[in-house]
Ligand binder design. Structure first.
Ligand SMILES: Cc1cc2nc3c(=O)[nH]c(=O)nc-3n(C[C@H](O)[C@H](O)[C@H](O)COP(=O)(O)O)c2cc1C
Length: 196
């Protein structure tokens, strides 16, 4: 059994990405895993660094305090064996709110190893939805670019194992192919949860 912290970033209510999140959480429940979820839009998580936060990070001051919302995220991550990021691909990256989550939560002393030991998880899973299908994302180079940014840079050595999964092709929503593709994607999300 694994305790999982899920970071979710989508502003909509009834969306494909929300269905992926729900399928993933049902899969966690079914396998007996426990979890916490940070819904960044519901929580109105602030994505911009303040000047004080910038000065703490650029000055590499691990002993300086971090804001309460950042400390809460770091505590949830430290309590979990696996970290999961669920979001839609927007302009070949995560939504700005999640990018800002990395800017603010990956602080010196917590996630940056230039000073102090970084916090480490057994596993990190990046699970995102995309309008393009995988073949299109690979042909454009975006798949490899996104994978490199998320796994090599943002996760890096902070997880002992990591995986990048794109549930692509949602631009087909409304076509005859979409229902079967969506069902397969939701089944995959549930399966990934079971083996997290
Ligand atoms: C602002 C915006 C930018 C997007 N950029 C991309 C993109 O760069 N690549 C891609 O494959 N899909 C892109 N999409 C499509 C979304 O990834 C897709 O709508 C989402 O993953 C699934 O839909 P949902 O919003 O119902 O969850 C974009 C969508 C929006 C709204």
């Amino acid at each position: 059994m694994t305790h999982v912290h899920v970071v979710y970033a989508h502003p909509g209510e009834r969306t494909f990405t929300r269905e992926v999140l729900d399928a993933f959480l049902v899969g966690l429940d079914g396998a007996g895993h426990t979890y916490t979820v940070s819904d960044l839009y519901a929580a109105e998580f602030r994505s911009e660094l303040t000047r004080a936060e910038y000065e703490r990070e650029s000055g590499q001051r691990p002993d300086a305090p971090v804001p309460d919302d950042v400390a809460a995220e770091q505590a949830a991550l430290a309590a979990a064996g696996a970290w999961v990021f669920v979001y839609p691909v927007w302009w070949a990256d995560c939504p700005a709110r999640l990018k800002g989550w990395f800017d603010r939560v990956w602080t010196v002393g917590f996630a940056r190893k230039t000073v102090g030991r970084p916090t480490v998880a057994d596993k990190a899973l990046v699970l995102c939805t995309a309008g393009y299908d995988i073949a299109q994302l690979e042909a454009s180079g975006c798949y490899e670019a996104m994978r490199t940014v998320m796994l090599t840079d943002r996760i890096g050595e902070r997880a002992r194992a990591s995986d990048f999964v794109v549930l692509g092709g949602s631009a087909a929503a409304g076509t005859a192919e979409w229902p079967a593709l969506k069902t397969a994607h939701l089944a995959r999300a549930a399966e990934l949860a079971r083996s997290v």
